[in-house]
Design a protein around this ligand. Sequence first.
Ligand code: ADE
Ligand code: ZN
Length: 343
Amino acid sequence: MTILPHPDPALAVFVRSLPKAELHLHIEGTLEPELIFELARRNGIELPYPSVDALRAAYQFDSLQSFLDLYYAGAGVLIQESDFYDMTMAYLRRARHDGVVHAEIMFDPQTHTARGVSMETVFAGIARALREARAELGISGYLLLSFLRHLSEADAFSTLEQALPLREQYADLWIGIGLDSSEKGNPPEKFTRVFAHCRGLGFRLVAHAGEEGPAAYVRDALDLLQVERIDHGVRSEEDPELMRRLATDQIPLTVCPLSNLKLCVFPTMQAHNLVRLLRQGLLVTINSDDPAYFGGYVADNYLACASALGLSTADLITLAGNSIRASFLPPDQKAHWLARLPM
Ligand code: ADE
Ligand code: ZN
């Protein structure tokens, strides 16, 4: 595990010491180039890059889609249960180093089942790591099965149908449903029926909205999909009425600053609207999205915001507290972690 030194080591230690939840994390986005090469070798897959450095050098994106093309290709090395286990365990160890005490992890089964990997294999590897990490690292985790929005709603329904027989076996982990992939042109309304069905089954609901797509997608994710939390949501700022609603109803936004920078949602970190959202009373959280691709894990995201946006110590504590408050943990566990934050 390589951890880059931060220019303000005392601040880095402080940020890592704060108990925090990571709520917006795609497990396939934690595949570091080194692990991609190792899994490719293990599975006899030829990669179109001569070296780890050459692959990492390709991580230059100008949009969400330019990233997704590489991200889905990278996930192609995941074949066996142990591949999913190794990927998840590597993330959990790294997250623990950053003070993550609870992670709500998204995974994209359609990316794997479309390649002939079974739903059982995907669940089994990820779940084995999460259960081991709970016992050995003291970090808890939940799973959010995410539908790919560039595919059809019928495909989402059939994915759900393949996963539901596993629900009881993974009841301690699989608590919710998400929606990710290419946002533009794939509005929330495309998934109204499948989300209503998932809600009826008792799943917690989240969706990506307002990353590249307009503020109207955030509103529709709330009204049509009835999600409890918005992944990203930074473009909500374009609609003052929506901003008032997000503040009044304390609907959490899982913001991912380094992701937004890498995918050109904002031109610089100084231009990021995280502080404006926070000052308007929104329940903002900081997360890493796809840390292997975006140059930083969750503490790096807190630190990048601290330097570029002038976050105070009190702001950093608020943000860590928000991550616990916005999680799907039961109230007693939320209270346990909130009591461990500095006053
Ligand atoms: N899948 C992985 N990362 C994503 C992101 N930032 N937006 C949409 N889909 C994703
Ligand atoms: Zn995301």
